[in-house]
Design a protein around this ligand. Structure first.
Ligand code: CA
Ligand code: CA
Ligand code: CA
Ligand code: CA
Ligand code: ZN
Length: 379
C-alpha cells in the first residue's frame, strides 16, 4: 500500500479526536494548505506524484497513477490526453514521430539520460502503446465556434477532473471560429490546445501536417512563441516548427532531411537595418537550410547550407552588408533574434503541475469529514 498523504493523516487524527469524546470545539481548520513540492527533474510534476501517484482530493486514494503510466521522478515527462473527432486522430506512425521528437531532445535529466518522455493517450484507438485510458472520440463539429468556449465544454465533458494537474488536454478537430487556422493553444504557456487541419478547409492532412501542427501547438503550451521569446514570425535564423516557415514542412536540414521539433541552436541575430549577406546564419547554420521573405512577398529557400552567404534582399547577389531588408516580411525593420527552444521550455502551464512553485491545494474545508456532532445527530 502506498503511504497516505500527510493531509489525509491530519484529518484522520482530528476525526479520531472527535470520536474520542472531546467536547472542546475543534480548532478552525485553515482553509488553504500551501506546499512547496520537491520536483527533482523540473517537469513540474512533484517527485511524490511521480513516485506514489497523484491523489487529487486527498482522500488517500490515488487518482492518477503516474508510476503505472511510466512517470520517472528523475526524467522529464509530459502527459497529453488526446480526444478526437471522427477521422481526425493522427496515425500511429505520426504519434511515433511525435514521441521521437521529444525522446531525442537535447535536454538533460537527473538520471543521466537525455530527452523528454511524452506520454500520449488516445484511449484504445491506437493500441496499448498510446492507451492510458483517457482519450476518446467526441461528436463531430466542423467549426468549434467560439473556439475557447466549445473546447472547454468538450474538455469538461471528456477529461477527468483529477487529470488537470498532470495532463495537457488536446483535441484533434476540424476547424474553428469560422476560419481555417491549423490550430490554437489559447494561452502561452497553457494546458490545452487543438489541432484543426480538417476537411472543412480541405487541409488533406498528412502525417507531416499532423506532427508539425501538434508539436507547434504543444510548443505554445510549453511557453514558446512564433519568434521564440517574441512573436516575430518567419525569422530565418529561428530553426523551429514554432516558426510558420517550418510548421507544416519541417525544419530543413542541409543533408536533405527534415526536423520536426523545436530549435536546438540559436544562430546569430540578424539586423534588418544592415544585414550581412556574406555571413548567412553564421556557423550554427551549417547543418540547416532556411527560408526567408523577399521584397515581393515571396518566400525563398537556400539551396545549400545556411552558413553560406544568403541574398537577404533578393537582388541577385550575396555581397550586401549595409542595405536594409525586411527579411521576415512583416513590413518592419527589426533585429531578428533566434532562440534555442529546448533550453527555454516552460513546464507546468495552466493547471499542470505542482513543481517548484508553491501550489495551493484543495481547501481543507472542502475535504471536511463527517463531524462527531453530525454523527450523533444521525442517531
Ligand atoms: Ca518531476
Ligand atoms: Ca518526471
Ligand atoms: Ca543581395
Ligand atoms: Ca521585418
Ligand atoms: Zn502558433
Amino acid at each position: 500500500m502506498r503511504p497516505r498523504p500527510a493531509l489525509f493523516a491530519v484529518l484522520t487524527s482530528l476525526a479520531v479526536a472527535a470520536l474520542a469524546g472531546s467536547h472542546a470545539a475543534a480548532a478552525p481548520v485553515t482553509d488553504t494548505t500551501v506546499v512547496a513540492a520537491t520536483d527533482t527533474d523540473g517537469d513540474s510534476l512533484p517527485d511524490a506524484w511521480e513516485t506514489n501517484g497523484y491523489d487529487a482530493n486527498g482522500d488517500g486514494v490515488v487518482d492518477v497513477d503516474l508510476p503505472a503510466m511510466g512517470a520517472n521522478p528523475k526524467k522529464k515527462d509530459l502527459f497529453v490526453e488526446m480526444d478526437y473527432m471522427s477521422g481526425r486522430l493522427a496515425s500511429t506512425a505520426a504519434l511515433d514521430r511525435i514521441v521521437q521528437v521529444f525522446s531525442t531532445a537535447p535536454v538533460s535529466n537527473p538520471d543521466g539520460s537525455t530527452g523528454i518522455t511524452i506520454h500520449l493517450d488516445a484511449g484504445a484507438a491506437r493500441g496499448t502503446k498510446y492507451d492510458l485510458g483517457g482519450g476518446n472520440e467526441v461528436a463531430y463539429d466542423d467549426d468549434l465556434n467560439p473556439s475557447a468556449t466549445q473546447t472547454n465544454a468538450l474538455k469538461a465533458a471528456n477529461f477527468a477532473t483529477a487529470r488537470k494537474a498532470v495532463f495537457h488536454y488536446m483535441l484533434w478537430g476540424d476547424s474553428y471560429d469560422g476560419g481555417c487556422s491549423s490550430g490554437q493553444a489559447f494561452n502561452i504557456p497553457n494546458d490545452t490546445f487543438i489541432v484543426t487541419v480538417g476537411q472543412k478547409c480541405n487541409w488533406n492532412a498528412t502525417d507531416d501536417t499532423n506532427v508539425g501542427t501538434f508539436v507547434h501547438e504543444l510548443g505554445h503550451n510549453l511557453g514558446l512563441q512564433h519568434g521564440g521569446a517574441d512573436g516575430l514570425n518567419y525569422k530565418p535564423n529561428y530553426l523551429s516548427v514554432m516558426n510558420y516557415s517550418f510548421q507544416l514542412g519541417g525544419v530543413l536540414k542541409s543533408d536533405g532531411t527534415k526536423y520536426w521539433g523545436y530549435s536546438n541552436v540559436q544562430p546569430t541575430s540578424i539586423n534588418e537595418a544592415r544585414p550581412d549577406e556574406t555571413a548567412g546564419l553564421g556557423s550554427l547554420g551549417a547543418g540547416y537550410r532556411t527560408s526567408w521573405k523577399c521584397p515581393d512577398g515571396k518566400t525563398r529557400t537556400t539551396t545549400g547550407a545556411a552558413n553560406q552567404p544568403i541574398d537577404w534582399n533578393c537582388d541577385g547577389d550575396t555581397s550586401d552588408t549595409t542595405t536594409a531588408a525586411d527579411i521576415n516580411g512583416d513590413k518592419t525593420t527589426s533585429v531578428l533574434i533566434a532562440q534555442n527552444n529546448w533550453a527555454n521550455l516552460v513546464f507546468g502551464g495552466g493547471a499542470v503541475g505542482g513543481g517548484t512553485e508553491p501550489r495551493t491545494k484543495t481547501p481543507a474545508s472542502e475535504l471536511r469529514e463527517l463531524t462527531h456532532e453530525e454523527a450523533l445527530a444521525l442517531h
